[in-house]
Write a protein that binds this ligand. Structure first.
Ligand code: ADP
Ligand code: ASP
Ligand code: MG
Length: 416
């Protein structure tokens, strides 16, 4: 029997009516002759609420207990979708991560898949069940504890199942009708793409475009999973939405193909650090051990002493990791492994990035980007570049303006 994976995000299962809508879409595919693996998120807002409860209870929480709490939203929607399908006479069964089992590493809160055995689900399909509804975002560690895959992880669950079961396609149903040149909520000039290259989507996702979790794109690319993003609120067919594909299948030839942003950034500066060989390792080692994901880094000679004996070290990290970062730095200072005068934290920054595989062969993108931001009087705090992207850290209050200005500067509203 051909098999489809259909993933429904939080807004798609936000209430019982929407769950009925999901069940109708799944039933339609069953009637077309498919077995279906449905991956569900928690109801929208639920995971945030659960995370909030954990953080209020224990600011520097034990990640095992975070996972125990935060994974629970998906259990509810998986059961409800299975029940709704049963009410529509579709034989369906729900599965939590440990029941499949979805085996992961024990890196709690950001676990990675190690294996997804297919026997249990296939045995149920062989019994005549048509749909397996799997709780997204969660798995089980080698120690037998519940894990989660990082925010947005249900996308990755979906792609991993599509790869493990050899699905014909993996459809990600969400609250927009495809992947756009930028978040359509920021500018109505955003243009829907029929196709996007894996490499570009990978970069956009890792720079904040949360329409797909980065890891899901990585897995789809590695296992050649046909992956599509489409709307759960519209009637869709086999040609709806945006398909991810290889670079050479893209007809567009734009240098920049998308703008991404990440609102939840913070900038941390160690002011007047005593400079000596090994200082970077002494700073970033403890940060990494504390689970802080450092993104951009800038080191510059401190203005205070021009002789090179001291330096300022600035890095950016997700805003919810600032408490951990501060503690790691204060502990290292107390232990005498690093010496600095002050720790300055700016929690009102955002990162805006332009992405395009065309940047590999075109110079001048940075100049256009910086000019467009200057025209809007947006001050750039930190810059970082790679082969196919340029990112800047700016004041968060200018984030939307910057995205709109860059979308205009690179003519992204026009097909090219
Ligand atoms: P779900 O709950 O279905 O997983 P998400 O909220 O995680 O949905 O992702 C969908 C959202 O991603 C959209 O509502 C949109 O605001 C946002 N988004 C960001 N960048 C893009 C983009 N380039 N194209 C489409 N949507 C985007
Ligand atoms: N519910 C989880 C989250 O909000 C996983 C997901 O929706 O993909 O991050
Ligand atoms: Mg999502």
């Amino acid at each position: 029997m051909p098999l489809l994976v259909m993933k429904f995000g939080g807004t798609s299962v936000a209430d019982l009516d929407r769950i009925k809508n999901v069940a109708r879409k799944v039933k339609r595919e069953v009637e077309r002759g498919y077995d279906v693996i449905v991956i569900v998120s928690a109801m929208s807002g639920k995971t945030n609420e659960l995370v909030g409860w954990v953080e209020s209870t224990s600011p520097l929480y034990d990640a095992r207990e975070y996972d125990a709490v935060v994974s629970s939203g998906e259990n509810v929607t998986a059961g409800l979708v299975a029940l709704t399908l049963q009410e529509m006479d579709v034989p369906a069964r729900s599965w939590q991560g440990w029941q499949v089992p979805i085996n992961t590493t024990s890196t709690h809160a950001s676990a990675r898949f190690s294996s997804i055995p297919t026997e249990n689900l296939n045995a149920k399909f062989a019994e005549g069940f048509k749909v397996a509804v799997v709780a997204g975002f969660q798995g089980v560690s080698p120690e037998g504890r519940i894990t989660t895959l990082g925010r947005g992880g249900s996308d990755t669950t979906a792609v991993a199942f599509a790869a493990a079961f050899g699905a014909e396609r993996c459809d990600i149903f969400t609250d927009v009708d495809g992947i756009y040149t930028t978040d359509p909520r920021i500018t109505d000039k955003a243009r829907k793409l029929d196709r996007i290259a894996f490499e570009e989507m990978l970069e956009l996702a890792s720079l904040g475009a949360k329409v797909l979790q980065t890891r899901s794109v990585e897995l789809a690319m590695r296992f050649k999973v046909p992956l599509r993003v489409l709307s759960s609120f519209e009637d869709t067919d086999d040609s709806s939405g945006t398909l991810l594909c290889d670079e050479d299948e893209i007809m567009e030839s734009k240098v920049v193909s998308g703008v991404a942003y990440s609102r939840d950034e913070a900038k941390v500066t160690l002011v007047t650090v005593e400079d000596s060989p090994g200082i970077a390792a002494a700073i970033f080692g403890p940060l990494s051990e504390a689970g802080v994901n450092v993104d951009m880094i800038v080191q510059n000679i401190s203005e205070k002493a021009g002789d090179g004996s001291v330096t300022d070290m600035t890095f950016s990290c997700p805003i919810n990791q600032v408490a951990r970062a501060r503690k790691a730095m204060e502990d290292a200072k107390a232990a005498g492994t690093i010496r600095y005068e002050d720790l300055s934290i700016d929690s009102d920054v955002a990162k805006v990035s332009v992405v395009g595989i065309g940047m590999r062969s075109h110079a001048g993108v940075a100049a256009i980007m910086f000019k467009a931001l200057a025209k809007e009087n947006v001050n750039i705090k930190v810059i970082s570049t790679s082969e196919i992207k340029i990112s800047v850290l700016i004041d968060r209050k200018y984030m939307e303006l910057a995205v709109q200005a860059l979308h205009d500067a690179f003519d992204l509203d026009k097909a090219g």
